[in-house]
Design a protein around this ligand. Structure first.
Ligand SMILES: [Zn+2]
Length: 408
């Protein structure tokens, strides 16, 4: 995408479309502590890969002006520090205080198993891996950890970020972050260790995988080639059982039939009491290997780790890093996400039409916010809904605080 027009497009995008006010509202967290915003580190990647860290802003106005002046190709968000990053980054006592807990899932970690695309490409078929990942993590983060302010964002090309914004999550230490991600990262990329399939978290995850698995196996053709079949058979730690399954594999050609045959053989052996502790969870082991979210654990562990900001433009694809509504993650199509050139066309088109009805000069639609004239409207609305929920929790906090004061 990076063509000659990209800097010009960015210029318009930052002047007219970037949702500064909502963004500032998010990172101010109800303004209980103004330093939440003013001591936050931003980093910019400018033209020709010039990378500047430790930017920070005293107000929404300053943030807006600076971004419009610099026109960064990429904006990353870092931690909230104990003092202003811009001014104090070289002070010995300068250190990170808090940050959202973030989770990064990238499609490249699925390259060893996905068969439809590879590398930077992504399609609706392999997007199903992301659908499963979001469903599993949504359930666990809300039910197991009790967090409710989860901002899911498309990374602009082939992955998803989750920003967990509850206060208790923002205040986690690096070692606590490590514990959370170790709990969630049952499998790290390419790993096929066995897990305790009786753990409630794994049980819940497996039942989510099962809901999607038939579609996934039909689309991904996991059991087509001899190499694929032998990889799956490597999960069967019993030679006799392996032979029985292999025999079934030879009778069928397509992946779904082979999978059903494998499941049936295992089921029959289970009924006859022939499975041992190594083989009794082999179907679950395979399901986890093929469909469990593959998380980049280092992104989550570091308090200091920077992550690409929502509403950035991915410089390679030109796509906006849009917030995603996890409830309809099945409907999300990474290939129809608005691109910067599309958005610029949409406002140009809109303005042209407005000029044509110039006699109506006083219409309120003239004062319509620019993003509302474009296909970015939906993404901003998702962001605003997330902010409304956050806001309700601040109101709760304020009431709690005033109650406390009354007691004393
Ligand atoms: Zn694909």
């Amino acid at each position: 995408m990076v063509d000659d027009q990209f800097p010009d497009y960015l210029n318009v995008y930052y002047k007219r479309l970037f949702p500064y006010a909502q963004f500032h509202k998010w990172l101010s967290y109800g303004n209980v502590n103004p330093e939440n915003f003013t001591n936050r580190e931003f980093s910019f990647t400018l033209h020709e890969d010039i990378y500047i860290r430790f930017q920070s802003f005293n107000s929404l106005q300053e943030f807006e002006t600076e971004i419009q002046n610099r026109c960064p190709f990429k904006i990353d968000i870092g931690a909230v520090f104990n003092m202003s990053p811009k001014v104090c980054r070289n002070y010995p006592q300068f250190h990170a205080m808090e940050k959202e807990l973030v989770i990064d899932i990238d499609m490249t970690d699925y390259d060893s198993i996905r068969t439809c695309c590879s590398g930077a490409d992504v399609c609706q078929k392999c997007w199903r891996f992301m659908v499963i990942a979001v469903k599993i993590l949504e359930r666990s983060l809300r039910d197991d950890f009790g967090w409710s302010h989860l901002l899911w964002v498309f990374s602009g090309r082939r992955g998803i970020h989750c920003w967990i914004c509850d206060e208790s999550a923002r205040k986690l230490s690096p070692s606590e972050r490590g514990a959370v991600i170790d709990y969630l990262a049952v499998l790290t990329a390419g790993d096929n260790k066995r897990c305790n399939v009786n753990h409630p978290f794994i049980k819940n995850s497996i039942s989510i995988i099962k809901e999607e698995f038939e579609n996934l196996i039909v689309e991904q053709k996991f059991l087509e080639t001899p190499e694929q079949c032998s990889k799956i058979l490597s999960f069967i730690a019993d030679e006799k059982l392996k032979e029985q399954i292999n025999l079934q594999f030879s009778k069928y050609q397509n992946s779904l039939q082979r999978w059903e045959a494998l499941s049936l053989v295992v089921q029959n052996n289970h009924k006859r009491g022939l499975l041992n502790f190594k083989t009794k969870s082999c179907v679950e082991d395979i399901l986890l290997y093929l469909a469990y979210p593959r998380l980049d654990v280092n992104v989550t562990k570091g308090l200091n780790h920077l992550l690409k900001s929502p509403f950035c433009i991915h410089p390679k694809t030109g796509k906006v890093c849009v917030p995603i509504n996890p409830k309809v993650i099945d409907k999300f199509n990474p290939n129809t996400v608005p691109t910067i050139s599309m958005l610029i066309d949409e406002i140009t088109e809109y303005d042209k039409k407005q000029k044509e009805i110039v006699s109506d000069a006083n219409t309120s639609s003239n004062r319509l916010k620019d993003y509302k004239k474009t296909s970015m409207l939906k993404s901003v609305s998702i962001f605003e809904e997330f902010l409304r929920n956050l806001e309700n929790s601040w109101k709760g906090d304020r009431i709690k605080n005033s109650d406390l004061k009354m007691e004393f």
